[in-house]
Design a protein around this ligand. Structure first.
Ligand code: PMP
Length: 296
């Protein structure tokens, strides 16, 4: 699904066949989760393709690496260049790009100087699909921000996301919504959360979440549409009274939520602010800017 015999990947400065990319099983990322990564999307446009907010994603990769004491051996500009070359080599325009920074063999609890950079790309549908989601509030909370850098994209943090999504699916739901350590709504397992009430959007502030690049984009677009966005802490009870809700993220894009814990939102998604923002988002991703084009 992610690669076949024709797929080329980037590993430590070399272009190699995906099947030949190998890692040392003593690497610290596998044993202890100290590695950082990104999830980026490229979109086809009339000029070829655009890697949406490539700079922001690679800046976050650098930020995550710094927080985890990992020295990233490439600049943001070099990483952007590598990612366009990766698409070229694989004849991809609409694609998901996965840079992974992992460490060398090290069984101690100190980071190592041996840093590896892997980058792969593949075609990937919207991660949570387009069908309105039936969401459950997870029994797992987002990690205490004093226990790790929640705003960084660190490999080990995703065990929390895996537990939450797996629990939700086992209970017959599509996805999980996680609370923070204070019991306020935080985010999805791999996406940020917004709800809409009487034309105003509400989303949790930075602090207990990974404040995503899509979340920032949606907030920029809302400004263009004069939709008021309030960043504040709120409980799940406040969400139950909302008109609509949705998840946003690079892989997810904008995904409508039908219900939370069986409480169905009463508003029509097609007439919601979230839906208008999604249509604008689909234009913006092609050029990094909203072109004001009409959607067919
Ligand atoms: N929260 C979590 C936990 C995530 O994994 C992601 C995906 N990176 C997001 C939010 C959304 O971030 P972005 O819009 O930058 O992809």
């Amino acid at each position: 699904m992610y690669y076949d015999q024709n797929t080329t990947v980037f590993l430590d400065g070399k272009w190699i066949a995906a099947g030949e990319a190998k890692a040392d099983l003593y690497n610290q990322t596998m044993h202890y989760g100290n590695g950082v990564f990104e999830g980026i999307r490229a979109y086809q446009n009339a000029d070829g393709c655009n890697i949406f907010k490539a700079k922001e994603h690679f800046e976050r990769l650098q930020y995550s690496a710094t927080k985890m004491h990992i020295g990233l051996p490439y600049s943001v500009e070099e990483l952007i260049h590598i990612s366009y070359e990766l698409l070229d080599k694989n004849d991809l325009t609409n694609a998901y790009i996965r840079p992974l920074v992992y460490l060398g063999a090290n069984m101690s609890l100190m980071p190592t100087d041996e840093v590896h950079v892997f980058m792969a790309a593949w075609q990937w549908e919207k991660y949570l699909g387009d069908t309105p989601l039936r969401v459950i509030v997870s029994s797992y909370q987002r990690p205490n921000p004093k226990s790790c850098h929640v705003e960084a994209k660190v490999v080990g943090h995703y065990t929390n996301s895996i537990l939450a999504t797996t629990e939700a699916k086992k209970l017959g739901y599509d996805e999980a919504l996680l609370l923070d350590m204070h019991g306020n709504v935080a985010e999805g397992s791999g996406a940020n959360f917004f709800y809409e009430k009487e034309g105003i959007l509400y989303t949790p502030p930075a602090g207990n979440i990974l404040p995503g690049i899509t979340r920032a984009t949606i907030m920029e677009l809302a400004k263009d549409l004069s939709i008021h966005v309030v960043e504040m802490h709120f409980t799940i009870e406040e969400v139950y009274g909302a008109d609509n809700a949705f998840f946003v993220g690079t892989a997810t894009e904008v995904a409508p939520i039908e219900s939370v814990n069986g409480e169905t939102f009463k508003g029509s998604w097609e007439e919601s602010a979230g839906h208008s923002l999604y249509l604008m988002y689909r234009q913006k991703v092609q050029y990094n800017e909203y072109q004001g084009l009409t959607i067919v």
